[in-house]
Design a protein around this ligand. Sequence first.
Ligand SMILES: Nc1ncnc2c1ncn2[C@@H]1O[C@H](COP(=O)(O)OP(=O)(O)OP(=O)(O)O)[C@@H](O)[C@H]1O
Length: 502
Amino acid sequence: MPTTITQTPTDASAGSATEAAALGAATTIAARGVTKRYGSTRALTGVDLHVERGEILGLVGHNGAGKSTLMRILAGREQPDDGAVVARGTTSGRSWDAAAAAAAGVRMVYQELALCPDLTVAENAYLSDRRGGSPFGWSGRAERRIGEVLDTVFPGHGVAVVRRVGELTLAQRQMVEIARALCTERLGLLILDEPTESLGVDAADQLYAHLHRLTADGVSVLLISHRMAEIIAHSDRVAVMRDGAVAGVFAEADERSLLQAMGGDVHAPAAVEAEADARSAGEVVAAIRGDGIPFEVRAGEIVGLAGLAGQGQERMLGRLWAAGAFTRGVSAPRRRAYVPGDRQTSGILPLWSVAQNLTIAALRGISTAGVVDGRAKRALAARWIDALSIRGAAATPITALSGGNQQKVLVARAFATDAALVLLDDPFRGVDVATKSELYTLMKSEAAAGRAIVWYSTENAEMAHCDRVYVLRAGRIVSELAGDSNTEERIIADSFEEGTVR
Ligand SMILES: Nc1ncnc2c1ncn2[C@@H]1O[C@H](COP(=O)(O)OP(=O)(O)OP(=O)(O)O)[C@@H](O)[C@H]1O
């Protein structure tokens, strides 16, 4: 049986010397009675949570439960409306802001990468760590420092520190963001918001190995993730958030207890369940031919693209998306939809509402003589907000949604169209477990209705939902797996070794 340690509410007055002294000897940081509102949304309500020295504290919860908000407050980036943050070593009477958090060795790696794309890796590292020394030769020092951390944490990373960040893959950018945080001197608490969502399995393993080395040296880690297996395997304790509050803290977590505490209140339209398995492949909808194993996807099929991150899967999706009538070697239908991997730079339209973002690709289907039918547009948005349990009203600005809910809007945008081919670039990054399982069912239902779906995922386990899977290595398809051969083990083996067609 997992042990549930209910946090005891404590004095919530602002960070005073008495409070700091009241921290337990083994405590690095504590949130006390923290409450945060955004307009009428209560993001956090009286949250009490502490992180111990040298532990990995896992933090789970459905999309919109308040995890990122709490992290931003712990990192001093936002101020609570009520309650306080107390950290070891803080000066008495000092308010908890970004500077105080930095002085206490608190460092956060954000879900949305905060790197400047036009600067090099080393320049980005310098921006967040302008440590001493002469003004001359700063770039060489920054290159050496970030290069050493990358080599230590992610051996074989393939990142040239003099390259512009905009030229890196999403996985590489995530590695740089993590390495940049690890350059911090006197690191006390590292906060990681879904750090492995864009990393391949190999890099994720490297990261966890490093986190365990850090905690052995007394550093604390606060780890947010929707990947239950990772959280359970690597955390010393797991805290569950639900609707802006801590629903429980588990010293020995198992998946069932965590899911129960999270309360998975998501649902799919009834029709989806019934149609889910009634699929059969139709005619070829899209294909890529060249040397090596050809790619094709048929109507009614879900085809997976697997392999280590950055092996050409995104390029393949890009070729299918960009294909024109005269593109050599690639054929694709005219009606196609694309869920991009990097929602910040090529996905969401940040000045628009949820409904505008969701329906933008489907306007042709709800227009007459070029005039959009407003009522149909509202109905379409409402239908998908309900189907995907998007936590945010149609008129809400998209940027006010939590990361996972923004991602759901992008998935809904693609399926709200009449596209014959839907291209998905790691679409469920940051989406919570309960919603993911509803989305798998939705995809099967959409395929059963005749769509062709091409799906790249960094989570090999997800490929079990595909009819066929192509494994890519160094830009080429190295194997095609279906039926009994479509297993996680085979995908991993083919990702590293010479593969064959089966
Ligand atoms: N800047 C903001 N303006 C308005 N509402 C916000 C803002 N940031 C967060 N919220 C709201 O606060 C609530 C908590 O969001 P938060 O991002 O903390 O959730 P989360 O648990 O991190 O979700 P996810 O797993 O999707 O990242 C959500 O209802 C969200 O819409």
